[in-house]
Design a protein around this ligand. Structure first.
Ligand code: SAH
Length: 367
């Protein structure tokens, strides 16, 4: 009986979007090339948005042919591209057969903020968050995280410059630690996106041990989803608080900023009517933050079906803000942006893949 061998599977190409500078240098050394090739590749890919090796003219023909055979530059595919009347733009990306994520660009006077996702869904169960309702699917790879930036920059072209990046989309970035760190390295790399560490912000619900690890490897800006001035309420709103209570979380924030007295942690505080928005809670928050180098960003709650919460009224928000400011805490209130496409987005995703309704908040800090 003859045994017919299985046809050899074509070798999967290496996606160069997955490599930060160190990994790219490692790759070129591995294939017998000089490490400086890594810088050339990074510049072509991230600074010029080029994914076609044939166009990389300062690289020898031989190496270009090798790269074309073994490598690729593949960002997640854009499924929808929506523009809001206020200039906010949102992309829905297809990652693989099942998974989709959203990325938002918010243009403002003198800056353009890109809000990116770090996971498909989220494993944390914050009570007021729509992503929590869809559960957790998987971590994004480095290529999928930086691919959002690459694709957004290419789609924006001359129409918008990304000056700030916030990891405030779907997912808990500190639970996808290594990939998030590599991707943020690329955002800040002089040969890639060259964005200053003050303009790359990671938002976390407060995974304390990961915060300490983060301080060891990077100094990107930090935002913490605080949302409550005491453990009892925070345990309910942000259940990870049961594991890492406020005292530990705030101590980790102090450690994160270290000795540099110019640095501050942004405390995000979603305004929920009748839940966390009273003057007494504002005073408690001011006391809690004494000695923590921080500023507060009040986020009007963005409602979604069956949320079970309502946004605080504008007077309650203004009063809350005034109490914090009187206590000497720099306080801003986020302006909700892209409302029209935000609503449409929920429906759109539902139409495409009704098993995974997802909804991304589109907010930006008021200047
Ligand atoms: N997991 C990370 C980052 C994602 S959420 C974190 O918890 O920080 C980004 C911010 O949006 C967080 O502060 C989050 O608490 C807030 N948020 C979540 N749901 C919201 C909603 N429905 N309305 C307003 N802000 C919301």
């Amino acid at each position: 009986m003859s045994c017919i061998p299985e046809p050899a599977k074509p070798e999967a190409k290496i996606n160069l979007l997955a490599f930060d500078r160190k990994a790219m240098e490692g790759y070129f050394v591995e294939i017998g090339e000089k490490p400086f090739r890594a810088v050339q590749l990074l510049q072509w890919i991230h600074q010029r948005g080029v994914g076609d090796f044939a166009l990389m003219t300062n690289i020898s023909k031989l190496l270009r042919a090798y790269l074309a055979e073994h490598c690729e530059v593949r960002a997640p595919e854009i499924v929808f591209d929506q523009r809001s009347s206020d200039g906010t733009r949102k992309w829905l990306f297809q990652l693989d057969g099942l998974n989709r994520i959203e990325t938002v660009f918010i243009p403002e006077e003198g800056r353009g903020t890109l809000c990116i996702s770090s996971q498909v869904g989220c494993a944390l169960e914050c009570a007021f968050c729509s992503t929590a309702r869809q559960g957790f699917n998987r971590n994004l790879g480095v290529d999928e995280i930086i691919g959002q930036v690459w694709a957004a920059q290419n789609a924006l072209g001359e129409q918008g410059k990304i000056t700030n990046i916030v990891l405030m989309g779907m997912g808990e970035p500190l639970l996808n630690f290594n990939n998030v760190v590599s991707a943020t390295n690329l955002m800040m790399d002089d040969f890639a996106y060259c964005i200053s560490k003050r303009r790359v912000t990671l938002s976390t619900s407060g995974i304390v041990p990961a915060l300490d690890r983060l301080a060891e490897v990077t100094d990107i800006s930090l935002a913490v989803s605080l949302h409550a001035p005491d453990d009892e309420l925070r345990n309910r709103l942000v259940p990870i608080n049961q594991k890492y209570p406020l005292k530990d979380l705030l101590a980790a924030c102090v450690r994160y900023v270290g000795q540099d007295n110019r640095r501050k942690v942004t405390m995000e505080y979603v305004m929920l009517a009748g839940v966390n928005d009273s003057p007494a809670q504002a005073r408690a928050l001011a006391r809690l933050l004494t000695g923590v180098p921080s500023k507060v960003n009040l986020i009007p709650f963005n409602p979604f079906p069956d949320a079970g919460y309502e946004c605080s009224g504008s007077q309650a928000i203004a009063g809350f803000s005034a109490i914090l400011q009187q206590a000497g805490i720099v306080t801003t209130t986020r302006k909700t942006r892209g409302d029209d496409i935000d609503a449409a987005c929920g429906q759109l995703v539902g139409k495409v893949n009704d098993k995974s309704r997802r909804h991304l908040r589109v907010h930006t800090a008021a200047a």
